[in-house]
Design a protein. Sequence first.
Length: 253
Amino acid sequence: MPAAVLNLLAIETSTDTLSVAVEGPHGCAAYQGPGAAQASTTLLPAVQTLLDQAGCTLAALDAIVFARGPGAFTGLRTACSVAQGLAYGARAGGVPVLPVDTLLALADEACHQRALAGLPVPPLVVALLDARMDELYVALYAHGPQGLTAEPLVPPRLCGPDALAAWLQQVLPAGHSLAVGGVLLAGNVFSVYGERLGAVPGERQPALPTAAALLRLAPGLLAAGAAVPAHAALPLYVRDKVAQTTAEREAAA
């Protein structure tokens, strides 16, 4: 017997792109548009439209999935607060909330794009997200016959683009190398830091975290017990400091 389809709402606002998707009785409905400051005004209308298209209601949801970070601070707070509010208001007792690492969603989207293109996925995937302020958010995942491991080999952290190659050499598991075919670099950093990442070996796959990736990841994570009550859903910031002082900006210049 085929597995029952879960009713899911997925929200991704970690970058400048807003991505929302709903899986329901009528299939999957998705929306993508401008994020950042605009996400707070377009997110809720998009959610209602997608629920209608997928033939679902908030009360019928099995879980609300959101990308918890790292990423843009405003976006992470928006996704978390909306997920919590909808979960509380959907029905008595609330809807379970599933926080998912943004870099895991990014890595999944990159692997999905390569599969659609008929390209192999190397055994190691390095998820890279532009953190601004001359830094990258980075995490390392293993990929095998069953897909990505949900738990990263190296959890999300900050890294300078010039230090990425040396850092990877330090954290690569035994028996792996940065040779072409062994590692996939995935993310939105190549147009920004392309020349400075030129010395980092590995295949490259431009990608962003998406709500569709969250929907693909959700069944396995839910089965593993990763969902939490709404009040326990929190963003993952990684970076504590989000702005430089005037003196720091002048020194950098």
